[in-house]
Design a protein around this ligand. Structure first.
Ligand code: CA
Length: 530
């Protein structure tokens, strides 16, 4: 580390530069504003906490930041919640639902009304609505405006859609759609819709064997028949004929190959990705089987992936689980089909959408210090910020023709990953790295020492830097000056905290949120800008 000694007159990371605040590691970083914090929370969430904060504390911190945004400009905050949720930019919709519940209970009447108007856009499915209800209940209980908005959710969407929501999400988190109907009491003279609402509240216990004459209501009739199906063949036939989802299938039929074959026919993309292990366990997905070919082809259908708004984190989580060959709690094992893993690998990239390369020289630097190995992204077990950083860096490494990837903690950490390596292999390599302190200036110092020409430094980190003798922003400025290259720095934030190593006052430094599906395009545009 001879280059560290060459630096004179610089401020160590244990002391602040102007505008910096003390971070959780005892070093100093810049602080992102509440709007950036809102963006991080909406995408990364706070489930599982972080290395420095327990889940509850991190959630509370974020809730306060969201509340400050709501007080500052409620309309803008609600618009931001809607934008992230509707475009599917986040792996989970829960932070958006939580933030919307905060908006729906805000001080300003205008903000509350904006939140209620946005409810059907953010709570698109039955399970979203149930989560929202849980948050509202915890925050304040039910005013008249809220009841009316929930009632409108049942009345305003097309009947076919409501039927599917009713079948798929009868209850979640101690809330049932039935409870919400009783709470909101939506009134309508529409007989068809009343039949659906009636089914949600009490089912159709006495329904006969003759298919319902109304094609929309026939699906509910079929669900009732499915509950009584005695053989897997009978269940499979009902599923195929009436397009029933997995949630409607009684448990005893969920071990049948025939049933899963019928479900796969029209299974939505996300359900397919979530059920790969089960479909392998029942023998439907096997080496060279037709179903394996179908699934692999769907996983490589970029247009279908984007239409379904399948989030890369969902693909990453499925890849980690599926390739492991056993469930989280050791329950259930399967032999992964390599062709499916290969297809998942492609799906991960497709889920970010196609990005044109900026064509500049990129140094991708992964923070692999101790703090990056704790907590989880979007509540996915095993998906630590460190693993997420490695996966995220692959996207840029595969897009940009000129990249070099490195890792650091308080020193450089050898890491040989190449853009063509498979996602699960890269994850394995990264999660086995030794832990250490944090010096986020190292990528810039290394490039300066080695006289490596870099246009864009990309640092994947939680910005909890404290170890080094020079701040990352200063190291970048020194690099620019001594190399004569107007190099830029992109900080990919991997934890929903309030810190960044990027100086917002420097136009050549940018903060983006890790796993925001909009991030690769933003990064590309920033790198390419003259
Ligand atoms: Ca650290």
């Amino acid at each position: 580390m001879s280059y560290l000694r060459k630096i004179h007159g610089s401020t160590p990371q244990s002391a602040p530069l102007p505008g910096q605040v003390r971070n959780s590691a005892g070093g100093y970083s810049y602080q992102v504003d509440d709007w950036a914090r809102l963006g991080r929370f909406l995408v990364l969430g706070s489930e599982g906490g972080s290395y420095y904060a327990a889940e509850r504390a991190l959630t509370l911190e974020n809730a306060h930041a969201v509340a400050r945004c709501l007080a500052d400009d409620g309309g803008r905050a609600v618009a931001e919640i809607v934008a992230v949720s509707v475009a599917g930019r986040a792996p989970k919709n829960d932070p958006a639902l939580f933030a919307l519940a905060l908006a729906a209970t805000a001080e300003a009447g205008e903000t509350r009304r904006a939140a209620l108007v946005a409810l059907p856009q953010v709570a698109r499915t039955g399970t979203h609505l149930l989560h929202f209800a849980g948050y509202v209940q915890a925050l304040r209980g039910w005013g008249r405006g809220l009841r009316r908005a929930v009632g409108a959710w049942f009345l305003d969407q097309p009947a076919e859609r409501l039927v599917l929501q009713a079948i798929k999400y009868r209850q979640r988190d101690g809330w049932a759609l039935r409870d919400l109907l009783r709470l909101a009491h939506p009134q309508t003279a529409d007989a068809q819709r009343n039949a659906v609402l009636g089914w949600i509240v009490r089912g159709w216990p006495g329904v006969g064997p003759e298919p319902h004459p109304d094609p929309v209501l026939r699906q509910l009739w079929a669900v009732e028949q499915l509950q009584r199906a005695e053989t897997a063949a009978e269940a499979g036939r009902l599923i195929a004929d009436y397009d029933l989802p997995r949630e409607a299938v009684p448990t005893q039929h969920l071990t049948s190959l025939e049933v899963w074959a019928a479900l796969l026919e029209r299974m939505p993309m996300e359900a397919m990705v979530r059920n790969l292990a089960t479909m392998t366990r029942v023998g439907l997905l096997a080496p060279l089987s037709p179903a394996s070919a179908t699934v692999a082809a769907r996983l490589r259908d970029g247009a279908a992936i984007r239409r379904a708004r399948l989030h890369p984190v969902k693909v990453l989580a499925a890849t980690l689980t599926y390739a492991a060959g056993h469930g989280q709690r050791g329950k259930g094992t399967w032999t992964p089909v390599p062709a499916i893993i290969a297809a998942l690998n492609d799906a991960f990239e497709l889920a970010f959408g196609a990005v044109e390369p900026a064509g500049t020289r990129h140094l991708l630097a992964l923070d692999v210090s101790g703090s990056m190995g704790a907590g989880m992204i979007a509540g996915v077990p095993g998906l630590t910020p460190q693993v997420g950083a490695a996966a995220m860096s692959l996207i840029t490494a595969r897009t940009e023709p000129s990249t070099h990837t490195m890792a650091f903690s308080h020193k450089l950490v050898p890491l040989a990953i190449s853009p063509r390596q498979r996602l699960d292999d890269v994850v394995k390599l990264t999660s086995g790295l030794p832990f250490g302190g944090t010096d986020c200036a190292l990528p810039m110092l290394w490039a300066l020492e080695q006289k490596v020409a870099v246009d864009t430094f990309v640092v994947y980190t939680d910005s909890e830097t404290w170890f080094g003798q020079v701040h990352p922003a200063e190291a970048l400025r020194r690099y620019r000056q001594q190399m004569g290259i107007p190099a830029k720095l992109i900080v990919v934030g991997m934890v929903a905290n309030s810190f960044s190593i990027a100086d917002a006052k420097d136009g050549g430094m940018l903060d983006v949120v890790g796993f925001d599906t909009a991030a690769p395009q933003v990064m590309r545009d920033f790198s390419a800008a003259g």
